[in-house]
Design a protein around this ligand. Structure first.
Ligand code: SF4
Length: 331
């Protein structure tokens, strides 16, 4: 079924729910697709299935905190619309991806003049990764050698990159001259550029806009912003370490490890537990000079908080353990 610019295999979802003989399901979707949940709910209810709609945010496949309360609601199955699964995350959730209805092949043709070298690493986000096969044929016809890398256990399909994991790119980085990213926004291309140190060209298959120099500029802006936050954090004496309960972001061991480390540096440290972090939550704990987030790496990077909020790899710079900036990723 088509929802705006996305295609969701609702028929397959209904078939699977019927096959498993589910009587009641809990449906979850990212904000952009939430309004379409009503239509999906109607279709399921026509088949006699009770549907509960989760109002929680849903930032990625990692974000399935609703499994904690699904049992209390006597739900037979949790279904997340809009993301591909994370193989290493063993949760009782059925994932139904939303594939972009876009012009990937046209976009790649537009991007070709920006590519340098003959060996190209091809990557995409979850909405366009299903098109990598078709797109690679276009590049091969133009004389490029194309590499599509296998990711680690967090990565569902070859060539897929997440905001927290670029292993499908790093696995082929030494073989390629440049990367071509298919998807929207700068976060993935900037992360890709940071972790591979290769030229990155990005094409947005919805708008057909191609970016290359802009990615370098974004990367420099990103580093400037992060070093400003790191610099503020250097004066901190009292730290708050944030551990998230979202199953695919749960890094409690990391949080304890950071607490011990800070104490070795004679710093005071507390561990805070959170599902969805906001400024209001942080405001309630005055007296903390710096927060260290073990959540999705994007939480620290994409937001501006009143008190410095840094990722664990940035804390290493704060404590003088490293000088070079390392882009935080999850395995
Ligand atoms: S941790 Fe962040 S970047 Fe990774 S899948 Fe979850 S929301 Fe996406």
């Amino acid at each position: 079924m088509i929802f705006g610019s996305y295609s969701v295999k609702v028929e397959e979802l209904i078939k699977e729910v019927m096959r498993r003989n589910c009587k009641r399901i809990l449906l979850q979707a990212p904000d952009g697709l939430k309004k379409h949940m009503l239509e999906i709910s109607d279709l399921l209810e026509e088949k006699g299935i009770e549907v509960l709609l989760s109002t929680d945010p849903c930032f990625g496949a990692c974000d399935v905190s609703c499994i904690y309360y699904a049992g209390a609601l006597n739900v037979d199955m949790v279904v997340q619309i809009g993301h591909l699964p994370i193989p290493s995350l063993k949760v009782p959730v059925m994932y139904v991806n939303a594939e972009g209805i876009a012009r990937e092949e046209e976009g790649v043709k537009k991007a070709i003049p920006e590519l340098r070298g003959s060996k190209i690493g091809l990557v995409a986000n979850a909405q366009h990764v299903n098109k990598l096969g078709k797109v690679s044929k276009i590049l091969r016809r133009e004389g490029f050698e194309v590499f599509i890398g296998k990711g680690d256990e967090r990565i569902y399909r070859d060539g897929l990159v997440l905001g927290c994991n670029f292993s499908s790119a790093t696995s082929i980085s030494k073989h390629v001259d440049a990367f071509l990213f298919i998807g929207s926004g700068f976060f993935h291309p900037v992360g890709l550029s940071m972790v591979t140190s290769k030229r990155v060209v990005a094409v947005d298959p919805f708008t057909l806009k191609v970016f290359s120099e802009e990615i370098e500029r974004e990367k420099n802006d990103f580093l400037r912003r992060r070093y400003a936050v790191i610099s503020l954090a250097k004066d901190a004496e009292c730290f708050g370490i944030i551990v998230g309960i979202k199953p695919g972001q749960l890094r409690k061991e990391k949080a304890f490890e950071i607490k011990k480390k800070l104490e070795r540096y004679d710093k005071k440290a507390y561990i805070f537990v959170v599902d969805n972090l906001s400024q209001n939550i942080l405001d309630a704990f005055g007296g903390i000079d710096c927060f260290v987030s073990t959540l999705c790496p994007r939480v620290a990077i994409d937001n501006v908080f009143k008190v410095p909020l840094i990722n664990p790899s940035e804390l290493e710079i704060v404590l003088g353990e490293r000088e070079d900036y390392v882009f935080e990723t999850l395995e």
